[in-house]
Design a protein around this ligand. Sequence first.
Ligand code: SF4
Length: 401
Amino acid sequence: MKEDHVNLVIHGHEPILSEVIVQVANTQEMIDYAKEKGARGIQLSGICCTANELLQRHGVPLCGTFLQQELAIITGACDAMVVDIQCIMQNVANVANCFHTKLITTHPIAKMEQENVIHIEFDEHHAVEDATKIVKMAIDNFANRSSEVMIPRQKAPLVAGFGVESVKYHLGGSFRGDYYTLNDNIINGRIRGIGGVVGCNNARTRHNEGHVEIVKELIKNDVIVLTTGCNAIACAMAGLLTPESAAVYCGDGLAEVCETVGIPPVLHVGSCVDNSRILLAATEVVKAGGLGNDISDLPVAGSAPEWMSEKAISIGHYFVVSGVYTVFGVTFPTAGAPVFQRYLFKGLEELYGGMWDFESDPIKHAWKMINHIDKKRAALGIDKARERVLMDFAARQALEA
Ligand code: SF4
């Protein structure tokens, strides 16, 4: 957010309207209109997973996690917040009522009852008109700021936008991009394994603590991390999404790979509805060869350190039945049903190769993942460093014969 700009915060999960808002806000007509009203321009920023989508596709900066949505308003600089569905706290309407912020709902299933909320139902046939109305509303509201503006000065640079194809490109360029480079570094032990760490912020924990501690413990032990959702935003705040962070936080093997390839040790692959990208990447690793025949053979583990949304349970189960050992933090809903929990934590492994687990302590949580990765490395026979044999010409000839 910027004090001298019109600040329009986009929050929610549906990318279509926000895509059009980005287009409209960047037109010269809107920028000139904002200048006419005394602002230096229009600053878009994002909360929750729309933020991650817009960051991936358009470089729109993140302004906060799920638990920071009200804080964006109390900066006094949020001229409009547009929300759609999921993870929208109804109390944002009461907070907006204490400031000048226009709160705009856009989805029929997520209207709010408070009188200060404006509802502009998004209709894709009139997307540009709807987006223009919203952007203009934010610009017209710029002059109405009444309270002191307090935008935190802390900023963190980040690299985002990784996907299945771009990881391949980073590993070998357009000429010989291939996941085998990754597999090779897993086999030679520089990379111990892969962690998919995703999901929400939970109000029962200290903000971001579980996310950041788990990810730091994983990369310290040479586990490369793929992240999405609010975990990605937490990692960004902690400075873990830059290539330079590898030298500071990673074990020697992972640091060496990140330095060679120029990638961060934590790869931001999108919003919480993009978790399928992590499984697609795992499929590419299987296809590249040398690490078994199924996702369940890979030295891979999943985690949602601070989950809170029901959606996290379905995504977690998608990981488990795809063969991934998946650990949740904070609480687990079957804790009072030991027979069912045993089925989830042990029985499913026989059926799918993946299973659930729970651990609230972040360091123990990370070590459960690392121990599972080590178990898979041992099963693949890549748990011990192989002796390097230097071969002379005669030895090579003997091999060929
Ligand atoms: S990760 Fe969880 S809290 Fe964050 S936007 Fe997605 S569902 Fe909401």
